[in-house]
Design a protein around this ligand. Structure first.
Ligand SMILES: Cc1ncc(COP(=O)(O)O)c(C=O)c1O
Length: 441
């Protein structure tokens, strides 16, 4: 990290020293560990972050992709303020939980009925449980590079090198029923799924953590087919793609409907912890105490903050906005994404640095690899880690941020402008030129 970053972030540096005394590694989430120390955000507006030292950043991380309407979107801020006054936590049913769920059901094609959680991880826990109860089978198939949160059963085969565990402390027993398959390789997936008798196949329509790598349409429709053939349920993890790729998420864009949809991030308006699991009536009905009065036949779901008024009100307001302004918002986001991808291809080409750009709509991945990445293997095998971290530092110094130095994926919000994208592209061109001349990376 440059001397310049260090000299203009003294308060962040001080905070990090204090944070290290109270958090392992000084951070609340390992991906927030930006060496030598993270900048600490004081406040945020639209597409911008402002750190405690008064520096401004254009934000392409947008709250892990949750803030599709940008930071502090006024109607959401108002909704949260009003709800905080009315009661931030009821512990009983309240009108906003109904409004929120009705909006989700209206927008997402595969969701007839839904339950709310506090995170995407939690929603995946209940999706797996539903699938197991519905099919009477134990095994769950997932894909290499697929990130579904830190649920033990699905926290495997996520990052490179794939054969090493993704975390210490997970028992082999917790993953013995997990089948990890190659992403975007339909033939292998179909062959192995025909032999395996799984309860469910869980897949991200666009793998986010792997670097914004889209599934092919044939892959998703082939998975739909093999699930129908084998009696397995198809689960789309739309924690990133939901309400982002289209009002109805990846399933609307690809035209493939899953049996269960896992949601997070945008579903709670972006600012508050939220998740959701929804799907076909028959499957979700397993949570209905009237239909299944016996606990051993019913799928348990709940939680102290499940369906809490703050997140449901913020979520309802955000989703309504996305729904009502769909003709304006989605074409705008897609246009910005296209402009960024086209611009970045040209910038690295002109700069003479080999890079591949992936993504769909408002999701963008940059890969310094020797081949076009279609899965985590091709994205990781030949990745130039020095260039990857180098681009992060270069842009950070110039007031542009994305997830972090380990991988380059960027997410857009309606608060971003064409000027923001053009500046991003211009800085990436500058980076490529400085690499060529031996000054960066
Ligand atoms: C596709 C996907 N699924 C699940 C999760 C986990 O969600 P959460 O961090 O809310 O637990 C994430 C988080 O980034 C994600 O990208």
């Amino acid at each position: 990290m440059s001397q310049e970053y260090i000299s203009r972030t003294p308060r962040s540096r001080e905070l990090f020293e204090r944070a290290k005394q109270v958090y392992p590694g000084g951070v609340t989430y390992i991906i927030r560990n930006l060496p030598p120390y993270p900048f600490y955000v004081d406040h945020a507006r639209g597409s911008r972050l402002y750190d405690v030292d008064g520096n401004e950043y254009t934000d392409y991380w947008v709250g892990h992709g949750a803030l599709i309407l940008g930071h502090c979107y006024p109607p959401i801020v108002r909704a949260i303020q009003e709800q905080a006054e009315a009661g931030a936590h009821m512990g009983y049913s309240h009108p906003w939980e109904v409004e929120h769920a009705r909006q989700i059901v209206k927008m997402v094609p595969g969701v007839d009925i839904v339950r709310l959680t506090n995170s995407g991880t939690e929603a995946n826990v209940f999706a797996a449980r539903l699938a197991r109860a519905y099919t009477g089978r134990d095994r769950i198939a997932k894909f290499e590079g697929g990130w579904h949160g830190s649920y033990d059963a699905l926290h495997t085969g996520v990052s490179w090198p794939l054969e090493q565990p993704d975390s210490a402390g997970i028992t082999p027993g917790a993953q013995q029923d997990t089948l990890v398959l190659p992403f975007n390789d339909l033939e292998t997936a179909q062959r192995r799924l025909r032999d395996a008798t799984v309860a469910a196949v869980v897949v991200e329509p666009v793998q986010g953590g792997a670097g914004c790598i889209p599934a092919s349409t044939e892959f998703l429709s082939g998975l739909r087919q093999v699930c129908d053939e084998t009696g397995a349920l198809l689960i789309f993890d739309e924690v990133i793609t939901g309400f982002r790729l289209a009002p109805g998420g990846g399933q609307e864009l690809y035209g493939v409907t899953p049996d269960i949809t896992v949601m997070g991030k945008i579903v709670g308006g972006g600012s508050l912890p939220a998740g959701a699991v929804g799907g076909r009536l028959q499957v979700m009905g397993l949570m209905d105490p009237e239909r299944y009065p016996k606990k051993q036949e019913r799928v348990f779901h709940g939680g102290t903050y499940a369906g809490n008024p703050l997140a449901t009100r913020a979520g309802a307001v955000a989703l309504r906005e996305l729904d009502e302004r769909r003709e304006e918002i989605y074409p705008y986001l897609n246009r910005l994404g296209e402009r960024a991808r086209r611009g970045l291809v040209a910038a690295f080409e002109e700069g003479g640095v080999k890079a591949y750009i992936t993504g769909v709509g408002s999701l963008i991945g940059v890969h310094f690899t020797q081949e076009y990445p279609t899965d985590i293997r091709t994205a990781s095998r030949t990745r130039n880690r020095e260039l990857t971290a180098g681009l992060f530092s270069y842009l950070l110094e110039r007031g542009i941020v994305f997830i972090g130095p380990g991988s380059i994926h960027l997410m857009l919000s309606v608060a971003h402008t064409e000027e923001d994208i053009d500046r991003l592209v211009a800085e990436c061109r500058g980076f490529a030129q400085s690499v060529k001349s031996g000054g960066a990376g």
